[in-house]
Structure formats: C-alpha cells, structure tokens
Design a protein around this ligand. Structure first.
Ligand code: IPD
Length: 266
C-alpha cells in the first residue's frame, strides 16, 4: 500500500505487538498439555500486546483516545479520534493452539471507522485500509469477490457458544443460509473474516454480538475493497450494535432475504 503516515504508524504498532504475540503463541503450544491450560498465560499475553500497541500509538498521536479490549476506554484530548484495539482477535483459537488470529487496530473519527490494520503474524498477511485510500493485503490492492449469486457463494459466520447470544436465532438464520449458499465457514476471528471478505476469499459474512474492537478495522477494509459492511437489521450504527453483515454488493440482498425469512420463522 502506498503507506500514508497514519497507516505507517498503525502498521508499526501492529507488527511490534505481533512479535510478542507470536513468541507467546509458541509458548501456548507447549502449555496445551498442562492441566490448567494456557488461559491465564494468554490473558497476560493479551495485556502485554495491548500495552505495546498503546505505547506506540500514543507516541505518534499523543492526543487521541483509546477503546481497548483489555484496558477499557482512555479519553483523548482531541475529542475526535479514537483507536479501537484488539491485541489478539481470535483468543479462543490462540488458546487452543489454532494458528488463526490477528492483531486488529482500527481508528474512528467522530465515531466513524476511518482506518484499519489487521495483521496475522502466522501467515505474515498484513491487511491495511484507510478511507478513500483503498484496501491492501501487503502490497496488493484488494477487491471484494465478484460472485453475483448466493448459490455460488462461501459465507462466513460466527456461532454463539455457551453463555453468548441467542442460539435459537442463530440456528434459524443458519438454516436459511445453509439452504442457499455453496459453503459456510466459521473460522473464529471476526477481524480476519472481514479482511477475507475484502480479499474476495469469502463472499459474505454475518455475525451478531460482536464488540467494536472485533470489527472496526474490518469495516473499513471491506468498504474500501468495494463491499458493504452494515448492521444486520438495518440499524444505522453497526459499531454499537455489533450485529454485522458484510460482503460484496450482490450478497447484500441474498443475506438480507435469509435474515428476513429467519425472522418470519420460515
Ligand atoms: C472473538 C472473535 C470471534 C467471534 C467472537 C469474538 P476475541 O473475539 O472475533 O470470531 O466469534 O464473538 O469475541 O474475544 O477473540 O477478541
């Protein structure tokens, strides 16, 4: 990507944090066999990575605020810009030694997502996007897939698990998509699901109950790759509802029809 100063700052922070995250992932693989499992260790890894990101971003833009998965909100003095950070998106994958997780850094300006960097340290894939500047995977410009029909499409989703979300609602929605799509995936890292939609690997994606740090960077990525990323039920503020639907423009109507049919109990 022709890196703007903003993207350079975000990329630098993501890569620096990812070095620690990768080292810790190696350790997690060893800890799998211990009885207690690696959960506490992972919490520490998460916090450590977040600290690196905050330090780097603060150094570059001292007046901007933060919305952090681990550390909560830190008010900035400029009142406009907020970094939205998930140091390890895909924590469950990480804990289980599954090499599919990412460092995700988004930026909002007056509440609107305007830039994002998503970095998978295992594959060394760095996704970056800035409003008006396009979306990139390493040096390659991204474009959402061109498939027009949901019957040819691979659609990703998030499955609510124990203690999370409305399981029956998910099953109704899944039944609809299942009957129409060519394939369904649940990879467990929302930021990468969105980055993969931007890269045209996935044609569409829907998931409910996400947090702003799971989706902020990915929303910019999909929109800058020519796709849509919006609230499932048509609400104006997907960052706050956390119920997201994304894809190329042709998937919008297909996915919407599935959700509508699920709601009608078809
Ligand atoms: C999780 C991942 C996952 C999604 C979960 C999120 P975390 O984020 O993005 O794909 O299904 O709902 O909580 O907790 O690993 O940062």
């Amino acid at each position: 990507m022709p890196a703007s100063p903003l993207i350079t700052v975000m990329t630098g922070a993501a890569r620096k944090a990812a070095r620690a995250v990768s080292r810790d992932f190696g350790e997690v693989e060893n800890l799998q066999v211990s009885q207690k499992g690696p959960a506490d260790f992972v919490t520490r890894a998460d916090r450590k990575a977040e600290k690196v990101i905050v330090e780097e971003l603060k150094k570059a833009r001292p007046k901007w605020g933060f919305q952090l998965e681990e550390g909560g909100e830190i008010a900035g003095t400029d009142g406009q810009h907020v970094w939205v950070v998930d140091p390890i998106d895909g924590t469950t994958n990480f804990i289980h030694g599954i090499p599919h997780f990412a460092v995700s850094i988004g930026l909002t300006r007056n509440g609107e997502p305007v830039a994002g960097v998503i970095y998978n340290p295992i594959t060394d894939e760095l996704f970056a996007a800035e409003r008006g500047g396009g979306a990139y995977l390493n040096d390659r410009r991204l474009r959402v897939s061109g498939r027009r029909d949901i019957s040819d499409a691979v659609i990703a989703c998030g499955i609510p698990h124990r203690g999370r979300g409305d399981h029956a609602e998910f099953r109704r929605e899944l039944a609809q998509v299942q009957a129409k799509a060519a394939g369904i995936r649940r990879a467990g890292t929302a930021s990468l699901d969105l980055a993969w939609v931007a890269a045209g690997r996935l044609d569409g994606y829907w998931e409910r109950g996400l947090q702003p740090w799971d989706i902020c960077a990915g929303i910019v990525m999909v929109r800058e790759a020519g796709g849509f990323a919006a609230d499932i039920d048509g609400g104006p503020d997907v960052m706050n509802t956390g119920d997201i639907m994304a894809g190329n423009e042709h998937m919008q109507s297909g996915l919407k029809a599935c959700i509508k049919a699920a709601r009608a109990g078809e």
